[in-house]
Each structure stands twice: as structure tokens, then as C-alpha cells.
Design a protein around this ligand. Structure first.
Ligand code: MD3
Ligand code: FE
Length: 214
């Protein structure tokens, strides 16, 4: 694979890696519905800055919806069925989010995707996410669907080894990416969010990642 792997599939789909399909602005028309769903989730399970196993605070604030939520604390990274802040189950996956994820996965060649976990990351200017792999799920056969809303960010898309030089892709408002096949275990991260004022989200970026955790 070359380092500028980026094939246009049709008007609004681009293959950005093996098994990775970018659906540019796919969620833009749903932005207000998605935001209302996120606000409803956050009313039950508040955004919080979780602690890494090493004792650092995550830069992005996070919450979850769906049967399983990704959490981190001094004990490690894992999926939990309850919000550790309240002891309550995570809010149900809103149908607008579940429907978007299933339709996007199908459009990318992964029919029948039924996510059971949705991590919601909220970035303010300066917030970032270091290069990592997503490997806390029980298996890696299902794709991950990511939905970006609000301010654009420079996303780093690496390879299967931490030392593979990552490519940079801007992820902006409404962009949906399906990460399946070998891309499912690629290293990835985001650079510090540049300040700006988005017409719908203000000085903020929200990212949803939909996964099959169990
Ligand atoms: C490529 N989130 O929550 S979204 C994460 O912008 C995470 O909040 C970033 O990485 C964010 O774990 C990146 C794009 C993304 C998400 C998951 C992936 C790319 C991925 C999993 C495998 C490969
Ligand atoms: Fe990730």
C-alpha cells in the first residue's frame, strides 16, 4: 500500500485504506438530531475526564451510550455495563445514532453492523488524542464507525505498527468513516484541536465511535 492511498469510489465515498471508507459529510444533514441525542445522553451520563492507567487525565471529555461503555481508570481500560459515576446502566443507544452507523457500515461494504457501544468524545481547543490502537473489544471482526461533528481536526491514520508513519486526514463536520478489515487495528490519533467557532457546535468537536464491544 502506498502512503497516499486515497481512491474515490463515487461522489461521496473515498477509500482511504484497506477496509477504511470515508463518507464525506454523510451525517451533516442529521447534525441537529445527533446533537440533541448527545445532549440527552449527557443529561443522564455526564461528560467527564477519565484517568488513564498511568494516572494522567484524558484530554477529551467522554461519555457513552449503548449496552457497553468504554472506561479507563487506574485499574485499566475496559468496557463497563454501568456508568461508574452513577452506578446506572449507560443510556440506550439513540435510534438516530444506531441507524446512521448501520447505514454507513452497509455503504462501506459491512452489512448487518449492530453496534453495542458508542463512545462520545468531546474536544475543546487544544484537546488531542495520542496515537493508539482500539483493542479493548472482545473481537476485531466488526468495523468501527466514527462520526465527526463541529470543528475540523487533523486525524492521524497510521499502520499496524506504532512506528509506521501516519498519514494526515482532516475530519470535519458530518464526516463518517468506517474502519474495517485490516484498518480496524491501525494506529490512529488526533492532533490538538485548533480554535474556531463552528456554526452549530461553537468552539467544540464531538466524535462518536460506534463499536461491537461484545
Ligand atoms: C481507526 N477517537 O475514541 S475517530 C477513539 O477523533 C478515537 O475522537 C478519535 O480514536 C476521535 O478511540 C478518532 C476515528 C477513528 C476511530 C476509531 C478507529 C479511527 C479509527 C479505530 C481503528 C482505526
Ligand atoms: Fe481510537
Amino acid at each position: 500500500m502506498t502512503n497516499d492511498f486515497h481512491h474515490i469510489l463515487d461522489g461521496d465515498r473515498a477509500q482511504i485504506g484497506v477496509g477504511a471508507v470515508l463518507l464525506r459529510r454523510r451525517a451533516a444533514g442529521l447534525d441537529r438530531d445527533l446533537l440533541a441525542a448527545v445532549e440527552a445522553v449527557a443529561g443522564q451520563a455526564a461528560f467527564r475526564h477519565m484517568t488513564t492507567p498511568g494516572g494522567f487525565q484524558m484530554s477529551a471529555a467522554m461519555t457513552n451510550c449503548g449496552a457497553w461503555g468504554w472506561v479507563t481508570d487506574r485499574a485499566g481500560y475496559r468496557y463497563a455495563g454501568e456508568d461508574p459515576l452513577t452506578g446506572q446502566p449507560w443510556p440506550a443507544l439513540p435510534p438516530v445514532i444506531a441507524g446512521l452507523a448501520a447505514a454507513a457500515a452497509a455503504a462501506a461494504g459491512f452489512p448487518g453492523f449492530r453496534p453495542d457501544a458508542c463512545l462520545i468524545n468531546r474536544y475543546r481547543p487544544g484537546d488531542r488524542m495520542a496515537l493508539h490502537q482500539d483493542r479493548d473489544e472482545a473481537g476485531f471482526d466488526h468495523p468501527i464507525v466514527s462520526v465527526s461533528l463541529g470543528l475540523p481536526v487533523i486525524f492521524q491514520f497510521g499502520g499496524l505498527n506504532r512506528t509506521d508513519r501516519p498519514r494526515r486526514i482532516v475530519l470535519g463536520h458530518g464526516d463518517v468513516v468506517v474502519w474495517g478489515g485490516p484498518s480496524r487495528l491501525a494506529f490512529h490519533g488526533v492532533l490538538p484541536l485548533k480554535d474556531g467557532d463552528h456554526p452549530v457546535l461553537g468552539r467544540c468537536r464531538i466524535n462518536l465511535t460506534l463499536r461491537r464491544a461484545h
